[in-house]
Design a protein around this ligand. Structure first.
Ligand code: C2E
Ligand code: MG
Ligand code: MG
Length: 750
């Protein structure tokens, strides 16, 4: 029953009934009819002529009598004296008498909202017999617009016809209601000024055989009556319009209730049409019918108050549009499945976990599948998921994401279920004629205290992670949420760190075996975050690279390294500073101009700087990278291949990249003392590098035996904790200065 009450048609019918009962929508009627009569107006009947007496003429019996005489001379069919005539001078009486039966006296209701006789005053019978009296009065609406009159008026037990009925030549039934034909344009009623009639006899020619109304001037709010689409005018025009309506047959009116019934019946009938397109068309036709229907009925003399049914119609259309919009917002259009907005719209039920399934290669499949099958593909996945997990609703997000909620259970149970669910996707999906292998990964979210949107988003992040790492399920831990905020603002923090000194450069010295002295240092970035403590360079450099924001950091390092090179070289012997260049940046078109700007500004001899390049997948455009490296070398920089031996293409690097130095990775170096294999690799790499005229730097020398063995193998330069750990610039300079002063840059142990 309650569901029934929620139906759009029931709601709109109830609203319409309420509006009808409380007359709430009456302004709509007023607007409707005012608008309707702005169009399709017709000229007033030629059989009626209005003689307008001004205040002077109508205020004088003598003048009125003269007008009556002029009218009588023109031989009209009927004369209506529409003037307050409670007494008549002999002259006027004489004119009235001479017209005899052809004259009728119009008496008007003093108050027009009711037809009670208290509001009408009859002239003394001596002026005209009762049989020659016609009445006029109008029932008005809230805005004092005339809407209807009765066919007759009863005064003192006697019934008098109304002026409208008389003009139509009909004496209606006592209880008959007459509604004017507002299509009659009151501006087209034939009119002659009484003055003109008195001045020229020929003016009366137009009156022959007509119904002539001699009208006194009338004005004022209580007297004038509204006439749809023409504002307030003299009520005589309503009488003329009423006469016209009666000439066309009886007038009828329908109140709001039957129209609401019609609305409900029509819409109910349309609703039952099964074919969607046909139903839509029928709704449009029915809506238009309800809108223009009252105007068409009016054409055949049936007047109505369509406001309440129009309210019903508007309400119905509004609910339909709203629910359509809701459907669009809450459903993923192609699949017709509810989307994530629908899932997160309300708080999730307590003790339920959110599970997101992400379909691997979804976008690829979409790209190969015709557009009309996209929805079917998504629905098939949803069906398989629903079968496997038993959820009532599977929500479909963008990009191959599906979500549902499940009562909380142990993690093991969840993982078991999801493994089972995953195996359901071992069988390929058949969409139309297309067969697809798919796999799904899951994100699980169990932080019940979080809001629905955050829970779904975090589950999506977990599912994406699971897909990325090829795992069945990934669970989002609350502590990662705190990290996520930090990670997301990392770049702003890097900028801040460079400004306030949280980010700084450590320098690790390098030992020249041939000259037996400290000959250089590698600049290594450090970050001491006040909240998180020291952050490893690998960690934030990777993120800065991924966000495409490594540039600022690298140029800052270069600038700092130049300062360090200047300070070290001030002592005399040549001192080389190495910096690391991100592979992300090596192939960037802007690299050379940015570096050149810094070099120009700082006026440094580029030969004092070594640029280390690591081979990573980050280098996308190898020809551009080689071009850039050649340009850097042409500027004077030394180039070094860092971590040599770790990347897949180390040898091809060596063949392609212009370089001066090769840095043996510490993973080999650290093993040379105890592992023959690594020792051979390092020994032959040193020979290879020398053959290619490269300087060989060994990094990661942690003990004396490794240090000495490398010397025997012919290594040129050594770097590692055995020589020195990375330290601050000031520490290293102080040590270097002390050693230089002693005339030796030898470290104690070396
Ligand atoms: P890398 O360029 O290969 O730097 C050498 C790394 O080995 C440094 O780690 C250094 O502290 C460490 N190391 C040096 N001697 C020893 C040793 O005897 N034993 C051991 N176990 N380790 C040693 P760090 O400073 O953590 O840097 C790691 C990586 O971060 C660097 O590897 C480099 O690829 C990157 N990195 C550091 N600074 C920068 C920078 O300014 N820009 C860029 N793009 N990358 C940088
Ligand atoms: Mg390095
Ligand atoms: Mg290295």
């Amino acid at each position: 029953m309650r569901a029934y009450l929620k139906q759009p048609l029931v709601i709109s019918t109830l609203v319409a009934l309420l509006c009808g009962l409380l007359s709430l929508a009456r302004p709509l009627d007023q607007g409707y009819w005012n608008t309707r009569y702005r169009f399709g107006q017709k000229p007033a009947p030629q059989s009626v002529v209005l003689i307008n007496m001004d205040a002077e003429i109508s205020g004088s019996d003598r003048q009125t009598a003269r007008v009556l005489q002029a009218v009588a001379a023109a031989q009209p069919a009927q004369v209506y004296l529409d003037r307050k005539t409670n007494a008549a001078s002999p002259e006027l009486q004489n004119a009235i008498d001479r017209l005899g039966n052809r004259l009728r006296l119009v008496v008007r209701y003093a108050k027009q909202d009711t037809f009670e006789e208290a509001y009408i005053t009859l002239p003394p019978p001596a002026i005209v017999p009762r049989s020659r009296i016609v009445a006029s009065g109008w029932i008005t609406n809230f805005w004092r617009y005339g809407v209807s009159t009765a066919a007759t008026a009863r005064v003192g037990g006697v019934t008098y016809p109304m002026l409208g009925s008389a003009l139509a030549g009909r004496l209606g039934e006592a209880d008959e209601e007459i509604r004017p034909d507002f299509a009659v344009d009151p501006r087209t009623v034939q009119q002659i000024a009484a003055e003109r009639l008195l001045a020229s006899r020929s003016a009366g020619a137009a009156l022959r055989g007509k119904s002539v109304i001699l009208k006194e001037p009338r004005s004022g709010p209580g007297v004038l009556v509204g006439y749809f689409s023409h504002g307030r005018i003299d009520p005589v025009y309503l009488d003329i319009a009423a006469g016209e309506a009666l000439k066309n047959g009886d007038t009828h009116s329908i109140d709001w209730l039957p129209l609401i019934a019609a609305f409900a019946a029509i819409m109910f009938a349309v609703k039952r049409i099964a074919a969607r397109r046909l139903r839509r068309a029928a709704y449009v036709v029915a809506g238009l019918g309800l809108l223009v229907g009252p105007a068409l009925l009016d054409h055949i003399g049936i007047t109505s108050n369509p406001s309440a049914s129009l309210v019903g119609l508007t309400c119905f259309v509004a609910i339909k549009l709203w629910s359509k919009w809701q459907t669009q917002v809450l459903q993923t259009s192609r699949s017709g499945l509810p989307n994530f907005v629908a899932l997160t719209e309300q708080p999730l039920p307590g003790q339920h976990d959110v599970i997101i399934a992400i379909v691997g290669r979804y976008e690829e499949i979409m790209a190969t599948l015709p557009g009309d099958l996209h929805g079917e593909f998504a629905r098939q996945i949803a069906r398989r998921l629903a079968v496997g997990c038993g959820a009532r609703h599977i929500y479909h997000g963008e990009g191959g994401l599906f979500a549902w909620i499940e009562p909380t259970r142990s993690l093991e149970q969840h993982i078991d279920n999801l493994e089972g669910l995953r195996s359901l996707f071992a069988a390929p999906l058949l969409v139309g004629k297309h067969v697809f292998d798919t796999n799904v990964h899951f994100g699980l979210e169990r932080n019940h205290e979080l809001d629905a949107v955050t829970r779904v988003n975090t589950a999506v992040a977990s599912a994406t992670e699971a897909l990325k790492h090829g795992r069945t399920v990934e669970m989002f831990e609350a502590k990662r949420l705190a990290n996520a905020a930090w990670e997301l603002s990392l770049l702003a923090r890097i900028d801040e760190g460079m400004r306030n000194g949280d980010i700084w450069l450590a320098y690790q010295p390098q030992w020249d075996y041939h000259e037996a002295r400290l000959s250089g240092a590698e600049a290594l970035i450090r970050w001491n975050d006040p909240v998180r403590g020291p952050i490893r360079p690998d960690e934030f450099i990777l993120q800065a690279e991924q966000a495409g924001r490594i540039d600022a950091l690298t140029y800052w390092v270069l600038d700092q390294a130049i300062s360090a090179a200047e300070r070290f070289n001030a002592f005399g012997p040549r001192f080389q500073i190495s910096i690391n260049l991100s592979a992300q940046l090596v192939d960037k078109p802007s690299l050379i101009s940015s570096v050149a700007d810094i070099v120009r500004r700082r006026g440094i001899d580029c030969r004092l700087l070594t640029i280390e390049v690591t081979e990573t997948a980050g280098m996308c455009n190898r020809p551009a990278a080689i071009q850039n490296l050649m340009k850097l070398r042409a500027m004077g920089f030394r180039l070094s291949i860092d971590d040599f031996g770790t990347g897949e293409a180390s040898l091809s690097y060596l063949a392609e990249l212009p370089s001066d130095e090769l840095k043996l990775d510490r993973r080999f170096v650290s093993k040379i003392v105890h592992h023959e294999r690594e020792r051979h690799i390092v020994a032959s790499t040193i020979n290879l590098a020398h053959a290619l005229k490269q300087t060989v730097v060994a990094e990661g020398i942690e003990d004396l035996s490794t240090f000495e063995l490398l010397r025997q193998l012919g290594c040129d330069v050594g770097q590692g904790y055995h020589i020195s750990r990375p330290e601050t610039l000031d520490q290293l300079i102080a040590r270097y200065a002390a050693l230089t002063k002693q005339g030796s840059t030898k470290l104690k142990s070396c």
